[in-house]
Design a protein around this ligand. Structure first.
Ligand SMILES: *Cc1c(COP(=O)(O)O)cnc(C)c1O
Length: 368
């Protein structure tokens, strides 16, 4: 294949998560790693209750509020335990003895529904398993229970590459959304949701922190008998500082959100940038005479995660290994579904997508 890159050079990284971070963010973190300006120590070496850390967590929250236009009647929490802990905390805090509706559109909602079942009653009101998780339901297919504690969706199924374009109207039932792999990829109206959450390691920062944006009336639902660290209300009252928060990860969230606002120019521009990148890649897939096959149905396919296959598993493997030699790394599909997957989050530069497209076109010529 083309030239080998030196060992220590950054490659175009299509990992689904933990995923590529913006280079200017990594550079800033590197520059400040030994010593935060004016503090005399690293962000990893100071008290979370110090004057040094206070503006970091407050700045991160302010940036999240500004980017997503989060109204005042929502709390922004920085938690640990990843998205998976939210799969449990959501029913623990919100069920209140009732049942919740789950819309299962892929691996992550399937996992969320089974975790919730450990805690209480769930109704899977739509399951995309029979359509191989290639699409989300249409609004006419969804019948929410009026007395449900909440309704649960995932805005972007990271493994299957299926993304909601607009969200179902659940009336007075609060809508809960796992946005782990598409938060900040475009503007979103937060008021559609009662709770909107995302682990950081796809589109927000490093692993170790999870963003939870929760409406005040849902914060009030936390039952008395829950350990403090699983209790939204107690966490909200202490501004995510019930105990030591993941300080470094929160610092990185502050840098990434700053980058989204200052360098990228806000979420409208980020959306245009992401749509264009995704279109480049899907065009190559669509114009390959079936050589490359995408997973999701066209109307529902994701602008963040693009799973695809070649005509055989041997070719999938050959593609992946030659792509790696060409500086295009982490392209293997999720272990549960195989094939290939290109994750093209906010931090993936356009040049990375162009390089992948060119590689794909070249690969068909040689192996088609
Ligand atoms: C990655 C991912 C998860 C799991 O996140 P963890 O932080 O590893 O628990 C859940 N939901 C979605 C949509 C994801 O992309």
């Amino acid at each position: 294949m083309s030239h080998q890159r030196p060992e220590n050079q950054r490659q175009y990284n299509f990992s689904a998560g933990p995923a590529v971070l913006p280079l200017p963010v990594l550079q800033k973190a590197q520059a400040e790693l030994l010593c935060l300006p004016g503090i005399g120590a690293s962000v990893m070496e100071v008290s979370h209750r110090s004057k040094a850390f206070e503006p970091i967590i407050e700045g991160a929250e302010a940036n999240v509020r500004s980017l997503l236009r989060v109204p005042d009647n929502y709390r922004v929490l920085f938690l640990q335990g990843g998205a998976l802990l939210q799969f449990g905390m959501i029913p623990m805090n919100l069920l209140g003895g009732k049942a919740a509706d789950y819309v299962v559109t892929g691996s992550w909602t399937s996992k969320a529904a089974s975790e919730a079942k450990i805690i209480g009653k769930t109704n899977v009101i739509w399951n995309g398993k029979d359509v191989f998780y290639k699409r989300k339901p249409t609004s006419s297919e969804l019948k929410f229970n009026a007395d449900a504690a909440y309704a649960y969706i995932c805005s972007n199924e990271t493994i299957e590459g299926v993304q909601y374009q607009d969200f179902p109207d659940t009336g007075s039932v609060p809508l809960v959304c796992d946005a782990s792999s598409d938060i900040f990829c475009k503007p979103v109206d937060i008021t559609q949701f009662g709770l909107y959450f995302a682990c950081a390691q796809k589109n927000v920062g490093p692993a170790g922190v999870t963003l939870v944006i929760i409406r005040d009336d849902l914060v009030e639902r936390s039952p008395e008998k829950l350990p403090s660290l699983l209790h939204y209300k107690k966490i909200a009252e202490q501004k995510s500082m019930l105990n030591t928060p993941p300080c470094f990860a929160i610092y990185m969230v502050k840098l990434v959100t700053e980058w989204l606002m200052d360098d990228m120019g806000g979420l409208e521009k980020v959306y245009a940038f992401n749509k264009e990148k995704a279109a480049l890649l899907y065009d190559v897939i669509d114009n390959s005479n079936g050589y490359y096959k995408g997973h999701a149905d066209k109307e529902y396919r994701s602008i963040m995660n693009v799973p695809f296959r070649l005509p055989s598993e041997e070719l999938d493997k050959k593609f992946e290994s030659e792509a790696k030699s060409a500086g295009l790394i982490m392209l293997s599909g999720h272990r549960s579904v195989g094939g290939l997957r290109a994750s093209i989050y906010n931090a993936m530069p356009r040049e990375g997508v162009v390089a992948l497209c060119n590689f794909m076109l070249d690969f068909v010529k040689k192996n088609g």
